[in-house]
Design a protein around this ligand. Structure first.
Ligand SMILES: C=C(O[C@@H]1C=C(C(=O)O)C=C[C@H]1O)C(=O)O
Length: 341
């Protein structure tokens, strides 16, 4: 068992290795008995079956994993060289582009407004998974990086997206929508702003279900952050709530930015459009500090594997003016920091 967190989770730089006391697995949010004051939790996308009362493809991994942490120690990583060999994709390029057109027809007939279409990339790994995590992080430092190895599978996350952070009664979310290699392009893109606004509105609505009336604010709209291989646009939604983490997850999961609008219908459509199971990808994970305070990232830019086989996933928000070729390029841009031929 190994858990390594990038420093940002703890408001410090560098890497931290957690000494894990034990890991508990749960089948549903309702079956969680206790969340220890210092723990790291992973929530599978598959929990949508409970939060939205929908039937989606069965998942092989436990829906909820909670690791109780004894303490952290600072880590000075010495990653070894790693190499990834691409073995296959869930959707080939033509199939992905056909998916974009299919979503456009669903928008045209009024079924949905936006769907986040994703793909799975399967790799053989030469080297060890923790080194792969460090190398990935070096290519692209992000605020919510972590490596978790349970002994039977591992998760490598290079996510920069904040799903939910609660400090006292203050809850914030920073949905990302809008991705580009070029800053100017993103600054002037009406399409990306429309995509972002739609998801920000959904997040306001989701948080509104558990926040005090009149407390929802949007202090940031269309803010652009530079990462090594791309620019990302996010907005910030905040509200006041005294609800528990599980209660909050029940009302907001799965995250709007990785599903689409309207949420229930898009999750249903995603299940037919994507042949793969999302597993933990598009779920969330993070650090629970105490009764009130926690930070959960969205599991994008994330790989899941076992031994020397792993899958990395990436996706794009598809709207009415999405062009299949541009969306395919955006998809590949999101794979770049993890794997480049
Ligand atoms: C689903 C992914 O990305 C989502 C889609 C984004 C977009 O369309 O710009 C940006 C961030 C994510 O919410 C992914 O990176 O895999």
């Amino acid at each position: 068992m190994q858990l390594v967190l990038s420093g940002n989770w703890l408001v410090k730089k560098g890497f931290y290795e957690a000494e894990i006391e034990d890991i508990k697995l749960y089948n549903s949010l309702d079956s969680i008995k206790e969340i220890p004051p210092l723990s790291f939790a992973v929530f599978s996308y598959h929990l949508a079956t409970h939060t939205l009362e929908l039937n989606i493809k069965e998942s092989e991994l436990p829906p909820v994993l909670i690791a109780k942490i004894k303490k952290f120690k600072k880590l000075a990583p010495k990653p070894k060289k790693t190499k990834l060999i691409l073995k296959g994709k869930s959707l080939n390029d033509d199939e992905f582009k056909a998916g974009v057109l299919k979503i456009r027809s669903l928008i045209e007939d009024g079924t949905v407004y936006q769907i986040n279409l994703t793909n799975r990339f399967d790799f053989e790994l030469c080297g060890d998974p923790v080194s792969l995590f460090f190398n990935f992080y070096k290519n692209q430092p992000v605020p919510y990086g972590f490596f978790l190895d349970t002994g039977s599978f591992f998760v490598i996350s290079g996510s920069m997206e904040l799903f939910l952070e609660k400090t006292g009664n203050k809850l914030i979310s920073k949905p990302i929508k809008g991705t580009s290699k070029y800053l100017k392009f993103l600054q002037n893109s009406e399409k990306d702003k429309a995509e972002n606004l739609m998801i920000t509105d959904m997040m306001r609505n989701d948080i509104g279900r558990i926040a005090h009336i009149g407390s929802i604010k949007v202090p940031e709209l269309f803010k652009i952050t530079k990462y090594r291989t791309l620019y990302q646009m996010h907005s910030t939604v905040e509200g006041q709530t005294d609800k528990s983490m599980i209660e909050i997850i029940k009302q907001t999961f799965p995250p709007a930015s990785v599903t689409g609008a309207p949420k229930r219908k898009t999750v249903e459509m995603i299940d037919t459009l994507e042949p793969h199971n999302r597993e933990y990808y598009c779920g969330c994970a993070g650090l629970i500090k105490n009764e009130t305070d926690f930070t959960l990232s969205i599991l994008i830019r994330t790989a899941i594997g076992s031994k020397n086989a792993l899958s990395y996933y990436a996706g794009c928000g598809i709207v009415w003016d999405s062009d299949p070729e541009s969306e395919l390029n955006e998809l590949h841009l999101k794979v770049k920091a993890f794997y480049e031929k």
